[in-house]
Design a protein around this ligand. Structure first.
Ligand SMILES: NC(=O)c1ccc[n+]([C@@H]2O[C@H](COP(=O)([O-])OP(=O)(O)OC[C@H]3O[C@@H](n4cnc5c(N)ncnc54)[C@H](OP(=O)(O)O)[C@@H]3O)[C@@H](O)[C@H]2O)c1
Length: 263
């Protein structure tokens, strides 16, 4: 491998495969997912465009699968990490098997952190690096009662963790050469959720999500919401609301409503 190396999880379809195709022009690639046949087909396609491509089949719901990827990252040559693999598992929480809670949180929240943790030391030592996590607009939807939204409690828990992790890490690394971004797509027309997005009129193409993310990196965006116009002012509003909540609640005395004897 002679060009900067990008490792992409969830590269066997959808948004991850789109990142791979866009990055293959000027990166060598490591493709991670469970479906080795799909990764091999994509690798062959990308090699024809001049990229050196490694295929790394791994199940990121399992500790040994995560370890296979962190071991590869520990080699120290990866300069771009796209942590994109994910699964929805939409269901009312009471209907979710407890083993699936662990599996979904591992894939959607723990694996991204473990991978970033493994990739970061070499990026800092090299003085260059890019970290992208793919969360979701649903990470902002905890308080929403929109009936069109899926039964998503576990998914929101995981994606909100990824959102908070990545935004906080961006602040932690602000004075380093490592760029950090979290991508928050809306509905995307992929295999996701049994391909449900393909029949939704407002679904975005996966190529557009990947392309927005790479453009957002060039713009210096820490949060990339591909369909959102006026992102700067939306983020300013979000930061102001978060700041008011934290500053307002950081008081030594109880809020008045808790000291009202009728409460
Ligand atoms: N589509 C949407 O509407 C939407 C909206 C917001 C955010 N997102 C996020 O976008 C990301 C990509 O989703 P997509 O829309 O491109 O869907 P997709 O086409 O279904 O792709 C999901 C990718 O994740 C991989 N993956 C799933 N489980 C895995 C596991 N246990 N271990 C390793 N890899 C695994 C899949 O590969 P294998 O099956 O081969 O393992 C596949 O490559 C996800 O994180 C998702 O949460 C999607």
């Amino acid at each position: 491998m002679t060009r900067p190396i990008a490792l992409i999880t969830g590269a066997s379809s959808g948004i991850g495969a789109s990142y791979a195709r866009l990055l293959a022009d000027d990166h060598d690639l490591i493709l991670v997912a469970r479906r080795a046949d799909r990764l091999a087909d994509l690798a062959e396609e990308l090699r024809a465009h001049g990229a050196a491509v490694e295929v790394l089949p791994a199940d990121l719901m399992a500790n040994d699968g995560i370890a296979a990827v962190t071991d590869r990252l520990a080699a120290g040559d990866v300069r771009m990490l796209i942590s994109n693999a994910g699964a929805g598992g939409y269901a009312p929480l009471a209907d979710v098997e407890s083993a699936d809670i662990d599996r979904l949180l591992t894939l959607n929240a723990v694996a991204p952190i473990r991978l970033v943790h493994a990739a970061l030391p070499a990026m800092l030592a090299a003085g260059e690096g890019t970290i992208v996590t793919v969360a979701s607009l649903l990470a902002f939807s905890a308080g929403s009662t929109d009936p069109r939204a899926p039964r998503r409690t576990l998914y929101v828990a995981a994606k909100a963790a990824t959102l908070g992790f990545t935004r906080t890490l961006a602040g932690e690394l602000a004075d380093t050469p490592v760029r950090v971004q979290v991508v928050c797509p809306g509905v995307v027309a992929t295999d996701w959720n049994s391909g449900a997005g393909r029949s939704i009129p407002w679904a975005m193409a996966p190529e557009d999500v990947a392309s927005a993310s790479l453009a957002g990196l060039r713009l210096g965006e820490t949060v990339c919401a591909p369909g959102l116009e006026g992102q700067d002012s939306a983020l300013d509003d979000l930061l102001a609301a978060e700041g008011a909540f934290v500053a307002g609640g950081s008081q030594p005395a109880l809020a008045a409503r808790y000291t009202d004897p009728r409460a």
